[in-house]
Ligand binder design. Sequence first.
Ligand code: AMP
Ligand code: GLY
Length: 426
Amino acid sequence: MRVLLLGSGGREHAIAWKISQSSILDELFIAPGNAGTKKHGKNLDLKLNDFEAIKEAVLQHAIDMVVVGPEEPLVLGIYDFFKQDPELKNVGLIGPSKEGAQLEGSKDFAKAFMSRHRIPTAKYGTFDAQTLTEGLRFLDAMKGPYVLKADGLAAGKGVLIIEDLDEAKRELEEMLVGAKFGAASEKVVIEQFLSGIELSVFAITDGESFKLLPEAKDYKRIGEGDTGLNTGGMGAISPVPFADAAFMDKVLNRVVIPTIKGLKAEKITYNGFVFFGLISVKGDPYVIEYNCRMGDPETEVVMPRIKSDILDLFEGVATHTLSERDIQFHDKSAATVMMVAGGYPGDYQKGKTIYGLNSITDSLVFHAGTLPDGPSVVSNGGRVLAVTSYGKNIEAALERSYESISKISFDDAYYRKDIGKDVLEK
Ligand code: AMP
Ligand code: GLY
């Protein structure tokens, strides 16, 4: 099989690493990729929202299957673009239709979908500029903290959690009338605040059946003890200690199965990953958000824990034969720690030479934001490297990752030293 993987982060490096081990792979291309993906295939210089250029590359390289990493091309309708094009319609595409991608692309769509299918989630109301007065009244009737979510994609910045009622009202107005997040906040979802511990659950579906992937927990804040600004993710662990069989049974029956059945019942085409961002409230799972793609850095621990051939699963998705495929996990635990550029998620510098990569033997170093620079590798983003290790348990995996990190350096590198600590202390 000839495969094109779209994306350039740690998630895509981990997927490329996994695809490269498939017994049915002939050649792998990654667009645009990074210095890490280059080791597993050929990087192509393409823009992910330029579907015509992607089409050209697919035809030129006789691609059989396209795997979409990030959400944006999915929300913009890359699935529909492929299926409506006579030259592309037989190419497998791993990702939902434009309508299915609305689970991530529109918070209002996701909430209404969950209501229709009685999937547990926070109570909510959706408002626009015309219904601002109702929105303000809705806030009056709630208890704080107040959760305001821009309806559309806002690069992970569209969720505000505010203690003070007057400030929440000002922000609501700023979002709806002041276009704080541009078109993304033309509608705003106001939600009940849920208190609990979060985790990420993943499924892959062909629209009929699904397979659950290993679950993970990510660490979103920049500072230790979960303090400071939100980031794209500073580390992850899998499995998640509190996600025991009883909890996962609830997740399966209350969330995953109703979601897959709901998509099918509403004839929403969905052939790809579903990411369930969950919160456990006293042992009961609630959906905080859906994403139409894998998580990052969760993928950097999920892929290593999958034992089965990932292309066999992808083929099952593309040919609607997923129920005939088998998925097996490694018993080992996995942990990843993200090395980021100093200053991230605020201003930071790129182009720093990374030293020590070749000395790492006990970890998998997934590149998040890097570029090849002659024989060297330089940083090219806020999140630079995800250092993943296996261990007989999470503690052992983390210990290996921190040991490997001590051998890697670049100017002004930063990482959290407390990944996994919160759940291990319990
Ligand atoms: P989202 O982009 O929807 O995942 O929201 C970003 C983060 O905000 C989540 O990971 C949670 O930590 C937090 N969050 C979102 N919705 C709620 C809620 N209803 N109650 C408490 N925290 C929330
Ligand atoms: N790690 C969370 C996300 O990928 O959205």
